[in-house]
Design a protein around this ligand. Sequence first.
Ligand code: CTP
Ligand code: MG
Length: 399
Amino acid sequence: MTSRDLAVVIVAAGKGERLGAAVPKAFFPIAARTLLSYSVERALAADRLAQLIVAAPGDLLDEARLTVENLGADSRIRVNVVGGGDTRQASIARALTVLDPDIDVVLVHDAARAFAPTQVFDRVAEAVREQRRGIIPVELVVDTIKRVAGDVILETVDRTELRAAQTPQGFIAEQLLDAYSQAEADHTDDASLMQARGYEIGSVQGDTRGFKITTPADVDRAYALVAGTIGNESTPSIRIGIGTDTHRFTEDESKPLYLGTVSWAGERGLDGHSDGDAVSHAIVDALLSAAGLGDIGSNFGVDRPEFAGANGEVFLRGALELIGESGWRVANVSVQIIGNRPKVAPHRERVEGVLSDLLRAPVSLSATTTDGLGFLGNSEGVAAVATALLIRAEGRLGS
Ligand code: CTP
Ligand code: MG
C-alpha cells in the first residue's frame, strides 16, 4: 500500500467582507451546511491523506472542530484546528507550524472554494509527487480581457496565455516551509509566494466547481450546484429505493380487499396487523429506503396498537412527511402486484390516480403472475414490489 504522505491545509479564517453575511464566510450555510463542511468533506476524501489542518477564526475553533468531527474522518487522519491570522498568508503560516514532519506533499485550499471536487485534490497531489514542484489547478479565461487606465480601454490582453488560478494548490512540504519562512511581501496565493522565492510552479486542469464564493451572486451559484442534478459528487440529487411486501388472503369472507389505499369490490381481503395493503406498504418501504430512512417497521412499528387495521394512506402520508423533512420529494413510483388474484386491469387507472394524487408524483401500477408457481401462483397471498425515485427538494440537502 502506498503511504499516507499528504496534508491538506484549509484556510477558513477570513471575515468574508465582500459576502457581507452575519457570520465569517467559511461558516456561511448553503442548504443547512457550512462552506467549511463542504470543503472539508471533499478534502477528507483525498487519496493518501495523513493530516488535515484548518485555520479558523479564533472564536470559532470549537465550531471548526465539530464540523470535522461530524464528517466522521478516518481515524488515521490527524486533524488540527488553529487560529488564523490577519491575512490569508498569515493564516497559512500559522497552520504550517503544526504540519507533521513526515508529510511530503501539502495542499493549501480556500474553504471558500467549497465545491472543488476531490478529483482536483488528487490530480494536484499526484502531479506534485511526479514533478517534485508546486502545482496549481487552472482554468481557461473565457472573457475578453482589457487593460485600462481609469475608464479608458488601452488594449486587449491576449487571453490564450492567461489562466485563472484556483485551489487546492500543491507543494513539496519542505519547499513550502522554506518559502514561508522567508516570505517578505503579502501574496494572494501560495504559487506567487513560492515564485517570489524562486521556485518554478506547474499547472493542471482545474474544475469549474472550484470557483471561489466571494459575493452574494456566488451564493446563488452554490445553491444551484447543491440543488442541481449535476456536478455534486458527494450529495447526489437523485436517489432510488426499493420495497416489497406480502400478505396472506384472509379466511374471513366479509373482509374487503384494500390495495393502494382503496377497496377492490368483490375480492377477498388480506390478513395483516394493518389492512394488509401490500401495495401501499411496498411503496412506503421504497420511499423510506430511497431517503435512507429505514423501513415501515422501524418508523411506524406496524405492531403498535395505533396502527391496527390502519389504512395504507396513514403510512404513505407518514413516509411522505419523513422524506420531505430530510429534503426529498418524489419523482415517481412504480409498483407491481405479483399473484394470480386479484385481476389488476379493471382497477389500474383508479389506483394509479389515487396514489399519484397522494404522493404528488406519477405512480404506475402493473401486475404479473408466477406461472402458477408457489404461494402467489395458488392464490394463498399477494405480493407487491415497488421502486421509488426521489429528487432533492430545491435548495435543501438530503441525509
Ligand atoms: N482567509 C484566511 N485568513 C484570512 C483571510 C482569508 O484564512 N485572514 C481565507 C478565507 O477564509 C478564504 C480564503 O482565505 O477561505 C480566501 O480568501 P477570501 O475569499 O478573500 O475570503 P475572505 O477574506 O474571508 O473574504 P473577504 O476578502 O471578502 O473579506
Ligand atoms: Mg480576503
